[in-house]
Design a protein around this ligand. Structure first.
Ligand SMILES: Cc1cc2nc3c(=O)[nH]c(=O)nc-3n(C[C@H](O)[C@H](O)[C@H](O)COP(=O)(O)O)c2cc1C
Length: 215
């Protein structure tokens, strides 16, 4: 691993949604390490339905900003990773997924069964169900990347403030792509945002069943 500035615990504790970036560029090898962390995320049947568009050029960042309710940090960030899901990815990638699995020791019986069950499971999805499935997976990869960037000493900004159709247009995305979130990465400019606080554990965590406190 090229560069570790913080432990994972520090990164989780100290991370803030960065309000403003200074625009310093990110070395390509760092960006690749961050992206690689996303690609290592788990996914249902290992179908890896995420797709990422890395935007770094001033012109594209300016256009992406206009598609993101004019959020300045889209243009200020060193790089913006536009995290998408591909609703048709599984059709194209099923053979590849099984091939990789076999190389790693996937039993033939599992491979045969997975071929049928993946198709049966995903081909029946409505558009809404597919988007929910994509959101679930893309956000795991997104979080891997966000935390890897923080561990490497970068500042990050997750964003859902964008217009789906406009981002499609700017990035010339295929129709099967669904834009899930934007991840701005760079270095903080000025002072960081306040800590908004978190609900105490008893508010959001239960033990054994809903409403019972975790012992
Ligand atoms: C999925 C997601 C989307 C978000 N979208 C935006 C956004 O579009 N613009 C923005 O300024 N902050 C956005 N945020 C940042 C949140 O406002 C921020 O995470 C929250 O207030 C908690 O602050 P903290 O992350 O600094 O602890 C987003 C965060 C997440 C996780």
């Amino acid at each position: 691993m090229a560069k570790i500035k913080k432990t994972l615990s520090q990164a989780i504790e100290e991370r803030r949604a960065t309000p403003s970036f200074d625009g310093t560029s990110i070395p390509p090898e760092d960006l690749r390490q961050i992206l690689d962390a996303g690609l290592h995320a788990p996914s249902g049947y290992n179908m890896q339905p995420w797709r990422f568009i890395v935007v770094q050029s001033p012109e594209q960042k300016r256009r992406l900003r206009a598609a993101s309710y004019n959020q300045a940090k889209v243009e200020e960030a060193s790089a913006v990773i536009v995290a998408c899901g591909d609703a048709d990815g599984w059709r194209k990638d099923l053979d590849l997924m099984l091939h990789l699995g076999r190389e790693g020791g996937m039993p033939e019986s599992y491979a045969a069964q997975a071929r049928t069950s993946v198709s049966n499971f995903l081909s029946g999805f409505s558009t809404e169900e597919m988007r929910a499935w994509l959101n679930k997976h893309v956000m795991i990869a997104f979080t891997h990347m966000m935390l890897m960037a923080e561990v490497m000493g970068y500042d990050t900004a997750p964003m859902e403030g964008f217009e789906q159709e406009k981002v499609h247009e700017v990035l010339r995305l295929p129709m099967s792509y669904w834009v899930v979130a934007l991840l701005g990465i760079g270095y903080l400019k000025g002072t960081d945002k306040y800590y908004g606080g978190r609900y105490e554990m008893g508010h959001t965590v239960f033990g054994e069943e809903f409403g019972k406190p975790l012992k």
